[in-house]
Design a protein around this ligand. Structure first.
Ligand code: XMP
Length: 516
């Protein structure tokens, strides 16, 4: 079936950023589909895209094993934009040369553009601008009939095009927010080059998700693993719209939650969303299974497994549950991706990589391909209370991945108090909505301090606040010193077992947002 609305096809070569490209295209108001590199000409004609984007990827065209694409796709006369590996693939296919670079480029670089290209149309794009790079190989000779678009700090040819054939290639990543003009470049490609109209909206997305759920689930019952966070709350609302009372929500109290979380969630879901909610007290089980475990990945797997087993057990008490729904979003998926994907595993998010191989439900994850802010937009469209949508994300494995080393009841209590004070203070300072995520971490070390006239030898906690749109990359969110001082003073004074507070100033990358 041919797509009725203007579509951009993204061909995936295993980049961490492929879904980010898809999401940026959606931001341009254009529908996008992702396909792997084995796409055939027949399939391409079925999809009938107005443009093709070739993603980046971890492979190298200077090595033996690399991902290619049928040349027929590249000469199909559909406009093409190759990004990073995609650029090198275009160069290799049309007779350019690629060599291993002595100087790799990872992170920020400056791109200086030359000549005129439709890709850089518009006053907004300056001659020199900041771009995000991630490559070892580089194009050293242009293919015939292609012209250079510019250079960067470490590569002479950082982009090229054949304007007549509408084939464009960029070494840098326009989809990453750190590339100054990235969005405008993608708008230029979709609108000016491919001629796409703005026809993709949040409303469309909601309708698409609801009809997908209906088609999968039919008249069966769905059990939703609800955490009370933005993602699972939005999923609850979507599934309720799709199947009404066949949705059953279950909230597992893992004992690894924030202070007062259980009461807050019960209030928000029962009152706010008018949904039935079963709360399961599994605190003891989680703590028991985590005993003596210090390895972060092991913790995540154990929590994932305990979660699912608890669900299985509890669902036996309910009738005819066939599906288990989760609020998994894309950053959870990409950072947990397994060997079937070309992207490296970063950490196993408990509602994805942490799942055991066998369990007795069919899993449905309606927002698996979306990013946090897109989920919030959907929530807004569904009229979910702003207060609920603005909540900072809280990871499925909860405080267990914020307690370095072995988890214990004592450490959980300490961290809950610390976290409560930290969040309260940033709310009092009107910073909560300016910070994308704030968290506290329990460090398994002790430090010397002095209180009153007494020497204190007690735990160290870290506080962290980040600013990000998509949680794939993040900058530190600056909290004024005066507020930091107030936070630190309250924590040390009000939480007896804490002697010292440190402030995490690591961005992502190289750090991740959570500490484990
Ligand atoms: P990282 O630490 O990977 O976190 O930079 C990115 C975002 O994901 C959240 N996170 C999780 N969410 N299950 C979840 O549902 C998990 O296992 C998990 N691990 C990290 C993290 O809080 C941040 O918002």
């Amino acid at each position: 079936m041919k797509s009725k609305i203007d579509t951009i096809l993204i061909i995936d070569f295993g980049s961490q950023y492929t879904q980010l490209i898809a999401r940026r295209i959606r931001e341009c108001g254009v529908y996008s589909i992702i396909h792997d590199n084995r796409i055939t000409l027949k399939k391409l004609k079925q999809i009938n895209p107005k443009g093709i984007i070739l993603s980046g990827g971890p492979e190298s065209l200077t090595g033996k094993n690399n991902l290619k694409i049928s040349k027929s796709i590249l000469i199909s006369q559909i406009p093409i934009l190759g990004i990073c590996y995609g650029m090198q693939l275009i160069a290799a296919t049309f007779g350019g040369k690629i060599t291993k670079s002595k100087k790799q480029e990872f992170g920020s670089s400056i791109f200086t553009r030359i000549g005129k290209s439709k890709l850089f149309l518009g006053k907004k794009i300056s001659k020199k601008f900041k771009v995000w790079m991630s490559h070892a190989d580089k194009v050293t000779k242009l293919p015939r009939n292609f012209q250079s678009l510019g250079s960067s700090t470490n590569s002479e040819i950082s982009g090229f095009s054949n304007e007549k054939k509408k084939i464009y290639a960029l070494q840098f990543h326009p989809e990453v927010t750190h590339t100054t003009n990235g969005k405008q470049i993608l708008i230029n490609f979709c609108k000016n080059i491919c001629g796409c109209s703005k026809s993709w909206t949040t409303k469309n997305k909601i309708e698409e998700i609801i009809s997908e759920i209906k088609a999968i689930v039919n008249n069966d019952r769905v059990l939703l693993a609800l955490s009370g966070g933005v993602d699972s709350t939005v999923v609850a609302s979507l599934i309720k719209k799709a199947i009404g009372k066949n949705l059953c929500c279950m909230f597992i109290d893992t004992g690894l939650l924030r202070k007062n979380e259980v009461q807050d969630v019960e209030k928000n879901i029962k009152k706010g969303l008018k949904l039935n909610l079963i709360t399961v007290d599994a605190k003891k089980k989680f703590l028991k299974n985590l005993k003596h475990v210090t390895n972060p990945e092991k913790k995540r797997k154990i929590i994932g497994e305990t979660f699912i087993r608890t669900f299985e057990e509890e669902s036996k008490k309910l009738k005819n549950i066939k599906y288990l729904a989760q609020g998994t979003i894309y950053p959870d998926v990409i950072e947990s991706s397994s060997s079937s994907s070309k992207s490296d595993v970063i950490k196993s998010h408990h509602n994805v990589g942490g799942l055991p191989k066998k369990f007795n439900f069919i899993l449905i994850e309606p927002i698996r391909k979306l990013f946090k802010d897109e989920v919030r937009k959907i929530g807004r469209e569904l009229s979910i209370a702003q207060l609920l949508l603005d909540r900072h994300p809280f990871p499925g494995p909860g405080l267990a991945v914020r307690i370095l080393g072995e988890v214990s009841k004592e450490k959980i209590n300490i961290l809950q108090e610390v976290d409560h004070i930290f969040i309260e203070e940033i709310k009092n300072a009107n910073l909560y909505n300016r910070i994308s995520q704030a968290l506290s971490v329990f460090l398994p070390i002790k430090s010397v301090g002095v209180m009153g006239d007494q020497r204190k030898y007690n735990y160290v906690v870290a506080i962290r606040a980040v600013k990000t749109n998509d949680f794939m990359t993040a900058d530190i969110s600056e909290i004024p010193y005066k507020i930091l001082n107030q936070i630190s003073s309250r924590i040390v004074n009000e939480v007896p077992k804490v002697a010292r507070v440190v402030y995490d100033i690591t961005s992502k990358p190289p750090g991740t947002i959570e500490w484990e």
